[in-house]
Design a protein around this ligand. Sequence first.
Ligand code: G3P
Length: 189
Amino acid sequence: MFWLLTLFAYLLGSLSFAIVLSQLSGMPDPRAGGSGNPGATNMLRLAGRRLAIGTLLGDLLKGLLPVTLAAWLGYDVQQQAWIGLAAVLGHLYPIYFRFQGGKGVATAAGVLLGLYAPAAALAAAAWLTVFRLTRTSSLAALIALPLCLPLLAWRQPGSLLPMSVLALLIVWRHRSNLQALLAGRERHF
Ligand code: G3P
């Protein structure tokens, strides 16, 4: 059952809400404009607030749902976190879109929310603070996500390994943003 749930999480995570919502509403494909990333930030740039919020919520739910289901089925926090990581892997490397996915921030937030809500609250507060100060979504994500790892280590130590892998993967997926940040040419709002 664990592997079935992991597969379900990956298949659910592979559903890119940015791509689906832009197709449903006749908007341009987010992979062809802005940063080229199929995620809520790029949807905000290209398609406006309504579709960006839809993308954020959809991508968040696909992380939250499998973790909540795993908890409900009695899996321990480490197993829940591995299942959550599968959802994020689906978002990063989606089977339905030639394995060309997004950067995983909203889905990771959903996983965090399912695992330990105070860590998600900390990440959200850090994201909002950095974003207000810098108007830069990638920088906000790169600071917010690793910041909640010590809290997880303290309160949910079982989740630390899978969540550290998740954080590293997300940093890896932001490497073009990191280069742009260092060169002073990252996109701001
Ligand atoms: O959540 C993605 C964000 O961190 C960066 O998005 O479009 O600015 O590369 P983008």
